[in-house]
Design a protein around this ligand. Structure first.
Ligand code: SF4
Length: 575
């Protein structure tokens, strides 16, 4: 496996050996490279920043759910280090091409023509992409697939990334060539846009994935891995049956579904936007209720959501999006929410930050609460570069500043996801302390707080939350490094030999001993790199806290506040 470095200014490329980065994959690799090679105080949109796109350690093998891609850089949104993670075809193609990481370096002139980078077995090519400039990712990817073949896997940015918007995502095509899989958080699409890269196209024809060192041992461990995922109720029934939106009713019942810009913990129309309702609609209209975002996904939490005529609207229609565009903005029409999801994927925007920014705009009186059509019209202003679009596309914190709204649900300028920290305190600790800015995936304490997976910790009490978050932050960093989908965590946390099984797969792949302790060490070392970067970037303990209204305003129905101080939460960070 090699590292592919691309000088975006000169449009040159060079393969190099892994060297000091050998043994690292996914988030462990992106964070180590960003820590080692990006000055922590640089401007995120300057030529000093780098975009590292890495495949996971287990990606390209037969291990179930191992096809995720990690993208790392200094975030223009948070000002700290960032890793955003996505599904799609891209990562497995990278592995087959023998590329552990693609690194976008340097910066062309601001008025330079954007380019498309094509990578295949014969090497790396650059082409002007003036014809794709300003196009949505759906049209751009369709044109690229028409040109390079249906087999190609694509990473692309939309108008938001091209316009250097701080909430810009990077979109990846799924097995049906839809750019519906997002490395959404932290504005990394803007960093790609600053390097004038519209898309990267991969074609792995004629390539074979690097062979695993011990085939028999790998097969045995991968078989056990599949049994583990196939026997846990969440990974074998809940997520495949209803997608991640199965959480709408669950979190609403728990009183933690943020509603009307985090004013309430329950949404009276939750049932209308629930996973159960989504599946009912999909089945009635002839969509597809269950599919994987990459080959080898056993859980299959994704879906194809269609309109009343059976025409495709969106896929990868996840709980976070349904919540952000739904309960948090008081929008109860699932079709409207689906179109908002589609618009975000097409424009290349993070759905969580956009949902929260829309709610802030509603708080400011820019559009009415609950008006899905007005929300869509507002989002579409990002496409035209309208000043209002420029505001929204820069995310929740910026939108709140622009409109003088003091109710801005952000940590390190990144918006909070779909669990109110007053009703799910463990996730509040993660929001506050992860180096990523408010991010549920960085340490998903909803497991033990609400779902009673991997133990039970009272969601309304302070007790046990810091330790829970810390352990989950370590586990998540390891999962992200290996290229595994985070949703495997439900089965891993409840199965005694699951981490051993993961270690066995890694050992068989690399042909060297690899223990459970080594899995933990990946997580710890990754977090150490990230925390060190953020410290050098100027972050202090004062940045590790939630906005003041969570500490002061009791949340119905439990009437609780978030009562952990920044100092108390420091123990959630590895040292
Ligand atoms: S479980 Fe969902 S997110 Fe994870 S790999 Fe499968 S489809 Fe993608």
């Amino acid at each position: 496996m090699k590292i592919l470095r691309i000088d975006t200014q000169k449009r040159t490329s060079a393969f190099e050996e892994l060297g000091a980065y050998a043994g690292l994959g996914g988030r462990a690799l992106t964070s180590r490279m960003v820590r080692a090679e990006v000055p922590a105080t640089c401007h995120a949109l300057s030529g000093d920043n780098k975009v590292v796109i890495a495949t996971g350690t287990l990606t390209g093998t037969i291990a179930a759910n191992s096809g995720r891609v990690s993208v790392g850089a200094k975030s223009p949104l948070t000002g700290g280090i960032k890793e955003a993670n996505a599904g799609g075809k891209f990562s497995q193609m990278m592995a087959k091409l023998g590329i552990m990481a693609i690194v976008l370096e340097g910066k062309p002139e601001r008025d330079a023509t954007p380019c498309v980078i094509k990578i295949d077995a014969s090497g790396v090519g650059f082409a002007d992409a003036a014809d794709l400039a300003g196009k949505g990712t759906y049209e751009a990817c369709a044109l690229l697939n028409a040109k390079h073949g249906e087999k190609a896997g694509i990473m692309a940015i939309g108008p938001a990334g091209e316009n250097l918007q701080m909430a810009a995502s990077i979109q990846f095509t799924d097995p049906e060539n839809r750019p519906a899989r997002a490395a959404g958080r932290g504005g990394l699409g803007a960093v790609v846009g600053s390097k004038k890269v519209k898309a990267i196209v991969l074609d792995d024809s004629g390539c074979k994935a690097e062979p695993v060192a011990d085939k028999e041992a790998f097969k045995k461990a991968a078989k056990r891995w599949a049994e583990i995922l196939g026997s846990h109720p969440v990974t074998s029934q809940g997520l495949p049956g209803f997608g991640t939106s199965i959480l709408v009713n669950v979190i609403n019942e728990a009183g933690g579904l943020p509603t009307k810009n985090f004013r309430f913990g329950r949404f009276e129309h939750a049932a209308e936007i629930s996973g159960e309702k989504m599946v009912e609609i999909i089945n009635a209209r002839g969509g597809k209720a269950k599919e994987g975002c990459h080959a080898g996904c056993m859980i299959q939490c994704s879906q194809k959501y269609v309109d009343e005529k059976g025409q495709y609207i969106t896929s990868g229609f996840e709980y976070e999006t349904v919540w952000a565009m739904g309960a948090n903005s008081l929008i109860k029409d699932l079709d409207d929410i689906a179109r908002l999801d589609r618009a975000c994927d097409d424009l290349g925007l993070d759905t969580i930050d956009m949902g929260c920014a829309i709610a802030v705009a509603m708080d400011a009186g820019i559009i009415p609460w609950g008006d899905g059509k007005a929300a869509l019209a507002l989002l579409e202003k990002v496409r035209t570069g309208d000043p209002l679009g420029r505001i929204i596309g820069n995310g929740t914190g910026f939108t709140a500043q622009a409109f003088g709204v003091d109710r801005a649900p952000v940590v390190k300028n990144q918006s909070l996801p779909a669990y109110d920290p007053r009703a799910v305190k463990g996730i509040g600790v993660t929001y506050a302390t992860t180096p990523m800015g408010a991010d549920h995936t960085a340490g998903y304490a909803v497991t033990a707080n609400i779902l009673k997976v991997g133990g039970s910790v009272d969601p309304l009490s302070k007790a046990g939350q810091v330790e829970l978050s810390k352990n989950l932050q370590i586990a998540t960093a390891a999962v992200d490094a290996l290229g595994l989908c985070l949703f495997v965590a439900f089965a891993v946390l409840d199965t005694a030999d699951a981490v051993q099984c993961i270690a066995d797969m890694v050992a068989a792949k690399i042909g060297q001993p690899f223990s459970v302790d080594d899995v933990v060490a990946i997580g710890v070392n990754t977090l150490k790199d990230e925390i060190a970067f953020n410290k050098d970037a100027g972050f202090t303990v004062q940045h590790d806290q939630l906005p003041g209204f969570f500490l002061k305003e009791p949340l119905a129905p439990h009437n609780t506040t978030f009562d952990l101080t920044a100092e108390e939460m420091q123990a959630a960070k590895v040292s």
